[in-house]
Design a protein around this ligand. Structure first.
Ligand code: RP5
Length: 159
């Protein structure tokens, strides 16, 4: 007795254009988020680097401590919106990159930032971002080195 042929999903291959009709080709590939407006001068270096490389990105301010629901929503919807990497910068008890990583399986790059009340030159933020528990990684760049986060994002996108 012969095995029956599996049914082919004709309807999905007959009209490929329809499958891509809703795809936004101008959607940003990299999300740049930060905990405070005061982080903007440091984080704009990531935006500049990505823009110079022709990589579409978006910039958002949202605090893991002050806007936890907003951060969770952003991270949960990121992949569906077309984002492929998230760069998250924060200072002090810098929870933002880790919280983003908790709500998405996209690669998250954390940028530890100095602020007016940092201790040990940003070591507080560096440890907060790098010391993630096993299974929830945040790739961490140097203190205030948002440009490196953009270079790393570009390499991830090209991989
Ligand atoms: C963090 O606290 C922010 O990422 C910023 O680096 C630092 C200070 O924030 P502001 O007091 O300037 O809003 O949450």
């Amino acid at each position: 007795m012969s095995t029956p042929e599996p049914e082919l999903a004709h309807e999905t291959v007959e009209e490929p254009a329809a499958a891509f009709a809703d795809l936004d080709v101008d959607a940003p590939r990299v999300g740049i988020v930060m905990g405070s407006k005061s982080d903007l001068p440091a984080m704009e270096k990531a935006e500049k680097e990505l823009t110079e490389r022709g990589i579409r990105c978006e910039v958002r301010v949202m605090s893991a401590h002050r806007d936890p629901e907003k951060v969770a929503d952003y991270a949960r919807n990121a992949r569906m919106r077309g984002l492929r990497v998230i760069i998250a910068g924060a200072g002090l008890s810098a929870a933002l990159p880790g919280v983003v990583a908790a709500h998405t399986d996209l690669p998250v790059i954390g940028v530890p930032l100095t602020s007016s009340t940092s201790i040990a030159g940003g070591l507080d933020a560096l440890l907060s971002i790098a010391q993630m528990p096993p299974g929830v990684p945040v790739a961490t760049v140097g203190v205030d080195n948002a440009r490196n986060a953009a270079v790393l994002a570009a390499r991830i996108l090209d991989a």
